[in-house]
Design a protein around this ligand. Sequence first.
Ligand SMILES: NC(=O)c1ccc[n+]([C@@H]2O[C@H](COP(=O)([O-])OP(=O)(O)OC[C@H]3O[C@@H](n4cnc5c(N)ncnc54)[C@H](OP(=O)(O)O)[C@@H]3O)[C@@H](O)[C@H]2O)c1
Length: 358
Amino acid sequence: MNLSCFTGYEEHLTICGMTTLTQQQWIYRRQPAGQITAEHYQLVEQQLSTALGDGEVLIEARWFSVDPYMRIGQSSKPTYDTEPHPLNTVQQGAVVAQVLASNAGGFAIGDWVQSYTGWQTHARVHASGLKRIDPELAPVTTALGVLGMPGRTAWFGLTESGKPHAGEVVVVSGAAGAVGSLVVQFAKRHGARVLGIAGGAAKCDWLRIVLDADWAIDYKAYADADTLGAEIKRLTGGVDVYFDNVGGMVTDAIIPLINRRARIVICGQISQYSGGLETPELGPRLLHHMLYQRATIQGMLARDYLHRMDEMIHIVAPWVKAGEIVFEETVIDGFAQLPSALNSLFTGEHRGKLLVKA
Ligand SMILES: NC(=O)c1ccc[n+]([C@@H]2O[C@H](COP(=O)([O-])OP(=O)(O)OC[C@H]3O[C@@H](n4cnc5c(N)ncnc54)[C@H](OP(=O)(O)O)[C@@H]3O)[C@@H](O)[C@H]2O)c1
């Protein structure tokens, strides 16, 4: 067997002499109704064999992605085109990792890879489940953000479903988050006038000053959809493209303001994920506006554009390299923090992409 041995990092100097290493995993144990607490996940530790089969690679996760879809998968009903996340299994999710040992051509010790091995510190993976990351292109963490799934969502959601034209008004909810902050910037690059909606004055200042949004509104400062809608109307006059990440009151405020042939992109409904997906809102009550304005409403899923990932990277990576795109990351330190990091998506404490560092 042509197994390479890891010698590059102090903490693993002895791996070639070892037949196992200590692996930690976060196991998803119980379905939450609201916030995630200690009863929903369990941290387990076990020995992982380092013996590799043909084509296998041993990786150690360095960065974990924390994403709202994880909470969608905890709904009791099927969502997207998948069943709920199975109980008593490792929490699924994307990671950026390094190769510790390899029995696969094309992967060498120390290589950076992206994988979908979830919330576990180490994994043996078949090489077909790994995507190589070029650390020269951009910081490796961008594989989980602007050059990864959130970037793909923002780019194709905006350009394929939103189809913004120069001068049009694009409104983005969840605008200071991983996807939203990129949609704001991509829409500006299309010459649109952009309103970002986010929670808190600090996020709104960031949207205006750093991301160059034309306007920003703190939705938390409004008691209801009517008063929020009145302010959006005053600022923009009307909405041509609505990129919806949050649903709920914010969306209620915007739909009555759509212009003729507006495009509404349903990317996410995060305001509904902590229990609201079980008892859906009465959606059709606002759909008469679609009729009046001959508007289009379209759900979009990043997964449908997986085969066009290279196209997005070809366009966006040069902007990243040239420093023309802000791709802020909020980093929480420590594998042990993963469940509480997932909760923090819903309290809105982070800006840009939320990551956990191993
Ligand atoms: N369709 C797809 O393929 C796809 C792919 C990726 C993501 N998404 C969706 O896109 C949305 C954003 O995802 P992301 O990864 O970029 O996450 P994110 O925006 O970085 O983080 C979530 C943010 O949502 C906001 N939020 C939380 N609860 C809210 C509520 N009740 N009302 C209004 N805003 C709330 C918070 O910001 P504030 O402080 O501003 O409230 C929070 O920071 C999510 O709905 C996600 O499910 C969809």
